[in-house]
Structures are given as C-alpha cells and as structure tokens.
Design a protein around this ligand. Structure first.
Ligand code: FAD
Ligand code: DLZ
Ligand code: SF4
Length: 514
C-alpha cells in the first residue's frame, strides 16, 4: 500500500490535514516546482524566491522528521510544468494505491485536484484545510442565514465565541468587541521604531535566486535585498520579535504611513501564515497571552486578533462562497487600464511613488498603503478591477487568490457592489495627509482642488461621486459626501470635474509601460 500525498506551495505546515493519519512507512510526499504556478500571473521575483526556497526548506524539514519526500525542482529534466503533469509522472514512479491531498487554496487549482480521480483512475481523497477556523460549510451557513448583509463584524464575533479568544465567559474582554476607533493615530519617523529581523540568503535561497534570475527575468519587481525568512524557525523568530517589540503599539498606529518606514508596528508575518510556516490561531493565542500578562494593551491585541480571525477568515469565506467568477465582478463598470507607473513607481504623486516603490522593492506594503493609496487611486480613476486584482496578485509576497481577490475586488474596488464593504473605500488627499507624511514632500498641494498644483486625489474624489450618483447616491453612508458636493456652486462643480477630466485624459495618453 502506497499513498501519494501532494503538498502544494502554500501547504508548508507539518500538521497538514493530508498528513494527520499518514504513516511515513507507506507514504510518499510529492512536492513540485512547476512553471504553471510560477507564471499564472507575473509574480514578483521575491514572491517566487520566497515560495520556492520555503518549499525546499520544508522538504528538508519533512525528511528530517522521517518522511519520504519526492521533490521535483523547476529545472529537473522532464519536469511536466503543471501539478497534474507532475502527479501523473509520480504515479508512474511510485504506483500508489490512492492519493490524499489537502484542498487547494483557489478555484483554479481546486479544479485540477478534482479532475485527478477520473484522469488517473485512482481514489483521490481531498481533505478540508483545517488551518482555517471556519469550514466552508460553517461560513456558508452563516452567510445564507437570511441576513441582510454579510457584515464582517458579526462573523468575527462568532469566531471569538468559537475560539474563546479574548472572551471573559460569554462577554468580550473589556466589555467591547471592537477597539478600531482607538487605532487611527498618525505616526512620525522614529529611530526607536522596532525593526524586524533581516535574513541573509543561505545557499538554498541563493540557488533559488539564481534560478529565478535566469528563468523569470521579466517577473515583476526587484530581487535586490531579499531578506525574508524561508524556514519555520526564521518565521518563529520574526513572530517572537513582533510580540516582544511591536504588538503593544500595533493598535495605535495600525493605519499610519511614514516615508521610508515600511514596517512600523506591523507584524510582517502574512507570507509565513499564508504559506503554512506559522499557524494563525497559535499567533492569536500568543497575542492574547501578552494581553493577559499585562504586556500589551487590549486595543492592540483585539486589533491583531480581529485581523486574523475576523478579516482573514471572513475573506476566505467570501472567496469560496461567491464562486469562481467573483474576481471578474465589475459593479461600477470600470475599464480604464492601470497606469504604467504601477510597475515602475515613476510618478510625481509622492504617496503613490512611495507605496509602489516600496512594493516593487520589497513585495510588501501594509494594509492602509494597499487600501487607501494604491487601491483608492485605482478606484477613483475607474481602473478595470480585474486588472487591479491581477496587479495585487502579482506584486505582494502574501498574495494568493483566496485572500487577495476579496480584499481587492471587494474591499478595495467595490466591484462586488457591496458584498464585502458597505461603501467604497475612497478618500480625497486629506485622509492621506492626515495619516502620512507623504504630502509634505509632494509636488502637488493637498489643500488645492483645482489648478495645476492641485492634488489629483481631490478632484478625482468628487468626480467619482458625481459620476456614480446613479449607483451610489442612495447609499446611506455616502449621504454626507453627496450633501457636501451639492453645496458646491455649479461653477465649482464644473471646474472640479473638468480638472478630473484633464487629469484622466493625460493619464490615458501616457505610455502603458507594462
Ligand atoms: P498586520 O498588519 O501585522 O496584520 C496582522 C495579520 O492579520 C496579517 O499578517 C494578516 O494575516 C491578517 N490580515 C490583516 N488584514 C487582513 C485582511 N484585510 N485580509 C486578510 N488578512 C488580513 N493580505 C494577504 O494576506 N494577502 C493578500 O494578497 C492581500 N491582499 C490585499 C489587497 C488589498 C487591496 C488590501 C487592501 C489588503 C490586502 N491584504 C492581503 C490584507 C493586508 O494588507 C495584509 O494582510 C497585511 O498588510 C499583511 O502584513 P502584516 O503581516 O504586517 O499584517
Ligand atoms: C505561487 C506558487 C508558485 C509561484 N510556485 C509554486 C510551485 O512551483 N509549486 C507549488 O506547489 N506551489 C507554488 N505556488 C503556490 C501555488 O500556486 C498554490 O499552492 C496554489 O495557488 C494553490 O493554492
Ligand atoms: Fe498624494 Fe496628493 Fe498628498 Fe501628493 S498631495 S502625496 S498626490 S495625497
């Protein structure tokens, strides 16, 4: 009896469901570096290096625990280039009686796994991924419970009750579920800000860097300075540093943006959580322990726990609940192509220059940079949400479709018409000015709405609202902004809209750059 257990690149957990009852004696674990996964979008080079190096280190860790791992490298002769092609070749090598696999993290790959039983004439058991707190059935039952809206906050409270995290009996710790209002402070550059560890590439990572440089020269972004952890131990060290130094301030400065400070008090653990090196529930329990021991305040710990058992679980639920066509949603009928500077950072708008520049350099940006600078601008100009989705999937080291698409298509671009967010996340330059130091060094004036020096976000914001009044005018959460717009004189309205039109025309005329 031999069981073949394929382990995908985002399944790098030692206690994966496919392994829970397997015996090393009669199991072959199959890990595959395949060109199809490396090219289904033009992934950032650092994302490619991270995943392939983490896979190689994970294979070594599995072998050290006694497993037999059949590892196919990208440059191996006869590499078939796809999961299905490699499973076919592995069946020839090992003649297994059956296949056991943990479910895939996206519709595209789910289809592949589901085709194997018929294709190979072998029993294929697809197990649910129990690294998540809510199963598909649980989320669907919650979503289909006749509720008016799929509000994250209510789902989050159920997850708090289910896990017991930050609960005092039946009540939330501190008698409040959510401390978000206390988590909106701007920050200043500060030499004492915690800095995460930097991991110099070892020989395995260096081999992968050489491989990616040779095989994917056109991939997005830069490889210089790659310093992510690629092992469980490295990821754990990073988590230790976060809990010891950054968690206490995480809440206060969650939404702040500071030039040259890409980490602030964020954890930078998403790549490790999403690929399986760190366990999300374990991290939340560690955060709670910091609160209970009096080392971190509740607004920070609740904020951190909410991001993981609230937003992260909710996004996954939405992705599978809404179906494979969800990334194609386009409620606002937007079709402008993204400007070429999304791939170069070459723009005079300093906020975008900083955020896109950092993204191309490091494959990471924090939530408010993604949402309120890059995403906000794409939404205001009416960019094609599918292209925006592809960009986010490409450039961020933690991007897998199940988490990226609901964040981009839903939360950031409002392309799902309000499934994820009750209103579009749009703002004028004022919000960026309040939460960052970007505007001070910008060629544009954040206080001006019109004229050659006016911040483009300002006219674009009002133009967006005016343009979409038929679709958004009866959204209660936008009554305030529409009332303000209506107080503008007709001349001012015309001037603002002409300013936006000139800006968009000049954007369209610029070379694509992609
Ligand atoms: P922290 O700020 O330290 O947050 C703690 C943890 O909470 C993160 O590690 C992450 O696991 C989780 N988390 C926080 N916010 C979210 C969220 N909105 N959805 C899911 N998990 C969340 N996150 C991804 O993991 N992959 C993506 O592809 C991704 N794409 C995004 C696209 C857009 C347009 C936006 C607005 C957000 C996206 N996010 C994505 C969410 C968020 O930006 C990242 O999770 C976060 O920046 C990761 O950095 P961190 O680990 O320092 O997070
Ligand atoms: C993203 C990615 C890349 C770039 N390369 C591989 C790979 O070569 N082998 C692999 O097993 N997984 C890779 N991945 C992650 C997969 O795309 C991910 O496992 C699927 O999206 C399924 O969720
Ligand atoms: Fe961005 Fe406008 Fe501020 Fe310049 S002035 S940094 S474009 S928000």
């Amino acid at each position: 009896m031999t069981v073949l257990i394929p382990i995908l690149g985002d399944q790098l957990s030692l206690d994966l469901s496919a392994l829970c009852d397997a015996a090393p004696r009669d199991s072959v674990l199959l890990m595959m570096e395949v060109v199809e996964e490396a090219t289904y979008v033009r992934h950032h080079k650092q994302k490619l290096v991270y995943i392939l190096s983490a896979m190689r280190h994970h294979a070594a860790a599995l072998r050290a625990s006694g497993w037999t791992v059949d590892y196919v490298e990208l440059d191996d002769a006869d590499n078939a280039g796809s999961f299905t092609g490699e499973v076919a070749r592995a069946i020839e090598r090992h003649a297994p009686d059956r296949i056991v696999v943990t479910e895939a993290g996206e519709w595209r790959v789910r289809g592949m796994l589901e085709s194997w039983e018929t294709l190979f004439g072998l029993p294929v058991e697809i197990r649910s991924d129990d690294r998540f707190i809510a199963s598909h059935a649980e989320f669907d039952a919650w979503a289909d419970d006749g509720r008016k809206a799929l509000t994250m906050e209510f789902f989050y409270r159920d997850m708090r009750r289910k896990t017991g995290l930050l609960m005092d009996g039946a009540k939330p710790a501190g008698n409040r579920w959510n401390f978000d209002k206390e988590n909106r402070k701007p920050a200043k550059a500060d030499l004492l800000m915690p800095r995460p560890h930097s991991f110099a590439p070892d020989t395995t990572t260096q081999d992968v860097i050489d491989l990616v440089t040779a095989r994917f020269p056109d991939a997005t972004g830069s490889l210089d300075g790659f310093d992510y952890a690629v092992t469980r131990e490295g990821a754990e060290r990073q988590a230790d540093a976060f809990f010891a130094k950054a968690l206490p301030q995480f809440g206060d400065y969650e939404d702040a943006m500071v030039t040259g400070e890409r980490h602030l008090w964020h954890s930078i653990l998403s790549p490790y959580i999403n690929s399986g090196l760190l366990d999300p529930l374990d991290l939340c329990r560690r955060a709670e322990a910091e609160y209970r021991a009096g080392r971190a305040p509740l607004n920070s710990v609740e904020g951190y726990v909410r991001q993981i058992i609230g937003w992260r679980e909710y996004m996954r639920g939405i992705y599978w609940h809404e179906g494979p066509e969800y990334p194609r949603s386009n409620f606002l009928n937007h079709n402008r192509r993204l400007p070429g500077f999304y791939w170069t950072g070459d723009t005079e708008m300093n906020c975008l220059k900083q955020v896109i520049g950092q993204t191309l350099e490091t494959a990471h940006a924090h939530h408010i940079q993604r949402l309120m600078v890059a995403g906000n601008f794409a939404l205001l100009i009416g960019a094609d949400p599918y292209q925006v989705h592809t960009w986010y999937l490409e450039v961020y080291i933690d991007a897998y479709e199940w988490v990226e698409a609901p964040n981009t298509v839903g939360m950031s671009q409002f392309a799902d018409g309000g499934t994820v967010g009750s209103k579009p996340y749009i703002s004028s330059g004022a919000y960026i000015n309040k939460m960052s130091d970007y505007c001070g060094a910008c060629r544009y004036d954040v206080k001006q709405r019109t004229g050659p020096d006016a911040c483009p976000y300002n006219s674009l914001y009002w133009d967006f609202l005016a343009r979409h009044r038929d679709r958004l005018g009866d959204n209660e959460r936008l009554f305030g902004p529409y009332r303000s717009w209506d107080r503008f004189s007709e001349e001012m309205q015309a001037e603002v809209r002409a300013q936006a039109a000139r800006f968009l025309a000049q954007l369209d005329a610029a070379p694509d750059g992609y």
